[in-house]
Design a protein around this ligand. Structure first.
Ligand SMILES: Cc1ncc(COP(=O)(O)O)c(C=O)c1O
Length: 385
C-alpha cells in the first residue's frame, strides 16, 4: 500500500454529519455565521466574550501601528519587544508569581517544559485526564511516569507513599478539566506536594480569567499564596487571544529562557497579540465582577434547563456544561441535533476522552445577549435529545 493510502481515517460516526472544522465566516460575535447562516456559539473558550471586543481590537491595531506585524525573531533574538516584557511582568503580578515567560502557545509551553527540567532520575505523577499537551510533553522526557485517578487525592497520596527513590517528583494536573468542567482539589495537591517534597505543576488554561474572585485563576480560587510550583496557562481562552505561559520562581523562568527549546527556537508572538492581552488584563482588572456574573448566570441557566430536560451532565463547577453522550454515535447525534437548531457545541469523542465517555460541551460566553440565552433555553426545551 502506498504511503498516502496508509493515511486513511475511519470517519465512522462523523461520515454523515461532521461537526468538526466548521466553515466560520464571522468573528466571534452573537450570532456567528457558518456557511452563510446564523448560529449561536456555545463552542468557543471565549469565556468573557472579549475576542471581538472593540477595545481589544483597537489595542491590537495600535500595537501593529507601533511595532508592525511581527518582530520576525525568537524571543531570545529580535522577538523580545518591550510590550512582551511588560505583559510578562503584568501576568506574573496578575497570577501572583515571581516571573513569567510567554510562549507561542500553551501546547508549546507544556511540550517544552518537562524535557527542559526533568531527567531520568525523576518521577512524574499525573492526573490521568490531563490534557494532550501535558501528556506529550511528559512523554518527551523518557522519565518514569505514574498516573493517578482523576482528582483523587487519596490515590495520589498512595502513589506518593510508594515513590521515594527519585531525585525530583513532579505532580501534574489541570486546574479546570476542560471536557467536563471539573475543578482539581489543587489546595490538597499542593499540601501533599509539600508533605512529600514534590513539585506541583498546574495547567490553568481554563482557569485564568475565569475562576477566582477577580479572575486570577486557580491560585486565587483556592487561596494558595507563595506557590512554590510551576504554573502554565493558555492565553487563547478567557484572555481572548493566543499564546501560552509558564510562570513560577525567578530561577525557573530564567533557566527556561536559556534552555527551553520550544521557547528559544520559535518566533515570538506578534506585537498585536501582546497588545490585545494587555488590554484584556485592563478590562479584567476594571470589570471582572460584572462580566463574570453574566458568564456564571448563563452557565447555571443552561445546566438547570438541560437537567430539567432529563439530560445527564458531567459534574463540573466551572462555567462549562457537558452533556454526557456516552457512545461516539450518541455524542455525535446530540451535537447534530444542536447544530440543526443552529447552536454550535463541542463534541468530545475518543481520543479526546476515553471510549464510551463522549461529552458534548457547551460554554456560553459573557457576550451572548440575554435574548440569545432565552432562545437557547427555548430550543433545549423543544428538541428531543
Ligand atoms: C488544558 C489545556 N492546556 C493546554 C491547551 C493548549 O493551549 P493553546 O491553545 O494555547 O496551545 C489547551 C487548549 O486546548 C487546554 O485546554
Amino acid at each position: 500500500m502506498s504511503f498516502y493510502n496508509q493515511l486513511h481515517i475511519d470517519k465512522g460516526a462523523i461520515e454523515r454529519f461532521n461537526p468538526y472544522y466548521c466553515n466560520l465566516e464571522s468573528s466571534l460575535t452573537d450570532p456567528i455565521i457558518i456557511n452563510g447562516q446564523e448560529f449561536i456559539n456555545l463552542a468557543s473558550n471565549n469565556y468573557l466574550g472579549l475576542a471581538s471586543d472593540e477595545r481589544v481590537k483597537e489595542a491590537m491595531i495600535n500595537a501593529i501601528k507601533r511595532y508592525g506585524a511581527s518582530m520576525c525573531g525568537t524571543p531570545i533574538a529580535t522577538g523580545y519587544v518591550d510590550i512582551l516584557k511588560k505583559v510578562e511582568e503584568r501576568l506574573s503580578k496578575f497570577i501572583g508569581l515571581e516571573d513569567t515567560a510567554i510562549f507561542p502557545s500553551c501546547y508549546q509551553a507544556n511540550l517544552g517544559l518537562f524535557s527542559s527540567i526533568v531527567n531520568d532520575k525523576d518521577l512524574i505523577i499525573v492526573d490521568h485526564y490531563a490534557h494532550a499537551s501535558l501528556i506529550q510533553g511528559i512523554r518527551l522526557t523518557g522519565c518514569k511516569v505514574k498516573p493517578f485517578l482523576h482528582n483523587d487525592t487519596a490515590h495520589l497520596e498512595k502513589v506518593l507513599q510508594k515513590s521515594s527513590d527519585y531525585q525530583n517528583i513532579f505532580v501534574v494536573t489541570e486546574s479546570v478539566f476542560s471536557t467536563e468542567g471539573s475543578l482539581a482539589p489543587f489546595e490538597k495537591i499542593v499540601n501533599l506536594c509539600e508533605n512529600y517534597h514534590a513539585i506541583a505543576v498546574v495547567d490553568d488554561s481554563h482557569g485564568i480569567g475565569v475562576i477566582g474572585k477577580s479572575g486570577r485563576g486557580i491560585l486565587e480560587e483556592k487561596g494558595i499564596v507563595d506557590f512554590q510550583g510551576i504554573y502554565t496557562a493558555s492565553l487563547g481562552k478567557a484572555l481572548a487571544n493566543s499564546g501560552g505561559i509558564i510562570s513560577g520562581k525567578k530561577e525557573l523562568i530564567e533557566f527556561l529562557r536559556y534552555s527551553c527549546s520550544s521557547l528559544i527556537y520559535s518566533t515570538a508572538l506578534p506585537p498585536a497579540v501582546i497588545g490585545g492581552i494587555d488590554k484584556v488584563l485592563d478590562i479584567i482588572e476594571e470589570d471582572f465582577e460584572s462580566i463574570a456574573a453574566r458568564m456564571w448566570r448563563y452557565k447555571r441557566l443552561i445546566s438547570e434547563c438541560l437537567q430539567g430536560c432529563g439530560l445527564k451532565l458531567a459534574e463540573g463547577t466551572a462555567p462549562i456544561t457537558s452533556i454526557i453522550g456516552g457512545s461516539l454515535e450518541n455524542t455525535i447525534a446530540i451535537a447534530e441535533i444542536l447544530f440543526e437548531n443552529h447552536i454550535l457545541p463541542t463534541p468530545f469523542v475518543p481520543p479526546s476522552v476515553p471510549p464510551n465517555q463522549g461529552k458534548v460541551r457547551l460554554i456560553a460566553g459573557a457576550d451572548l445577549k440575554e435574548t440569545t440565552m432565552e432562545k437557547v433555553l427555548g430550543i433545549f426545551k423543544e428538541v428531543r435529545f
